[in-house]
Design a protein. Structure first.
Length: 99
């Protein structure tokens, strides 16, 4: 999966920084998503969505400031995970109303 993200980045330096960040923080991102979702597949999906967001916005990321990048990633994974829960809750409510 890392290779697919790297193709979205324009510079070799950006690829190197992204690869290091991915390898260093992937498990932390997964853990945060899993703690919210309590589902391994959903947590994996959120990891992929979060790193895809980073790759798409890499040109705007302060790569020289890893703390800010980590804050961005932390915020993205939490928001995406909570949004998934809300979406599923709404689907459940709608299906109950239809029954």
């Amino acid at each position: 999966m890392l290779t697919q993200y790297l193709t979205l980045l324009e510079t070799e330096h950006g690829r190197e920084v992204f690869a290091k960040f991915y390898q260093t923080h992937r498990n932390e991102i997964y853990h945060k998503a899993y703690m919210i979702l309590h589902n391994t597949q959903d947590a994996e999906d959120m990891v992929q969505e979060t790193f895809l967001s980073l790759a798409r916005n890499a040109d705007r990321m302060p790569i020289s400031e890893p703390g800010k990048v980590w804050f961005y990633m932390d915020t993205v994974v939490k928001n995406k995970s909570h949004n998934l829960l809300k979406q599923r809750e709404m689907q459940s409510i709608l299906s109950m109303e239809e029954s």
